[in-house]
Design a binder for this molecule. Structure first.
Ligand code: GLA
Length: 385
């Protein structure tokens, strides 16, 4: 366990425990979370690990294998947004949000490691927040329900780190279950576990890291949020979740706002359609239909929401040509990963899809993509100690 060995090397002694929080992929529902809509993420086998132990004094001492600079010291008294920048803002923000919610955070040393590719749009920052949240609450003997930890981790990201995301990623990291996707109603925050085991149906999930780095803080994400809010305002509804049929978007005279609203409406519908398909496992065409919806969602994200990027479009096209049942960009956009639904290993496996995508990137002179098999995994948990 690399986080534990980093802990020993940097701090000496043994950690009191090691906590793992997974990254996520999203099966359906992109840019719907901050519109009060539906999302359907699942947790990945890869994630962020925190090896941690309590220390005397009101401070956190942080180090990360991925950030080989100095150890970062964060005082817990007087902690406020803006005081900590860079990667340490995420764990510090969790401490701040826990205290703001009335939980007294213990002094602690944390050594962080991650096996999520950075900048791949697989929620490494939410995983860092959630691993920290579990470590600090366990060390402090704080009994905080998972649903509350979700909102605490999100506050860390939104208010402390200043990244205006929705609630999907923290929910996925803290609430998903192996073999399931998590249906989350982002308005009521009601959740339900939807059985999702593609291998049973002779299918597999392949993540394609396009190596175009994804950053949420660069303004485009915030602009999309603002456009959605403006569209809802002009439609006279509280949020785009309240659209009840596509024709209602026609009353938006601004073509950009009309496209944004159309995406949110159609992606919410697609979440519900995928859930209905997964809950009806008797159908012979479940995964072919899900594949079709994935590709349809990509077209919507590319043309209506305009958050795709050239490497994602090329990866989707090549994956389909290589035999994928469907594929789409996932996450915020402008870089990151594509999720493809591929034949299961017992059949042809993902080989032909990988070859097609690798070839398409090579022909364009792009950095070779990275592939990860995605298997719906469990949410954050203590893994030792
Ligand atoms: C990022 C955000 C999420 C969500 C997605 C788009 O991953 O962190 O809250 O908005 O983009 O669906």
């Amino acid at each position: 366990m690399k986080a534990a060995s980093l802990f020993r090397a940097r701090f000496g002694g043994e950690p009191d425990g090691v906590w793992l929080a997974p990254g996520r992929a999203n099966l359906m529902g992109e840019h719907t979370d901050y519109n009060d809509g539906f999302v359907l993420p699942f947790a990945l086998g890869q994630g962020v690990t925190a090896a941690a132990a309590g220390q005397t004094g009101r401070r956190l001492t942080l180090c990360s294998r991925q950030e080989p600079g100095d150890v970062v010291e964060v005082g817990l008294d007087g902690l406020a947004p803006g005081l900590v920048t860079g990667w340490a803002a995420y764990p510090a923000g969790v401490a701040w949000a826990l205290e703001a919610a009335g939980h007294r955070v213990p002094g602690a040393c944390l050594a962080i490691d991650s096996d999520l590719p950075a900048g791949a749009g697989l929620s490494s920052s939410a995983a860092l927040e959630c691993a920290t949240a579990l470590a600090l609450t366990s060390l402090g003997g704080l009994d905080v329900p998972r649903a509350e930890l979700v909102t605490i981790a999100r506050r860390a990201e939104n208010e402390f780190a200043g990244v205006p995301t929705g609630i999907m990623d923290q929910s996925a990291s803290l609430l998903c279950r192996a073999g399931h996707a998590l249906l989350l109603d982002c308005r009521s925050l009601e959740t339900s576990q939807v059985p999702f085991d593609p291998a049973v149906a002779g299918a597999g999930l392949l993540l394609i890291n396009t190596r175009a780095r994804h950053e949420l803080a660069d303004g485009e994400y915030g602009r999309r949020r603002a456009e959605c809010e403006e569209a809802a305002r002009r439609l006279g509804i509280p949020s785009l979740r309240d659209l009840t049929n596509l024709a209602d978007t026609d009353s938006l005279t601004d073509p950009v706002l009309r496209r944004r609203a159309r995406h949110v409406f159609s992606d919410n519908q697609r979440v519900l359609e995928v859930v209905a398909l997964l809950r009806d496992p008797g159908r012979p065409d479940t995964y072919r239909e899900i594949g079709r919806l994935l590709t349809q969602a990509h077209v919507s994200l590319r043309d209506d929401f305009e958050v795709s990027w050239p490497e994602a479009d090329a990866a989707v096209e090549a994956a389909l040509a290589g035999g994928a049942a469907g594929a789409r960009m996932i996450g915020g956009g402008f870089g990151g990963s594509v999720l493809a639904l591929v034949p299961a290993a017992s059949d042809q496996g993902s080989g032909p899809v990988r070859d097609a995508v690798t070839g398409a990137f090579a022909r364009r002179g792009w950095t070779a993509p990275e592939f990860l098999d995605a298997i719906p995994a469990d949410s954050a948990r203590q893994v030792s100690g």
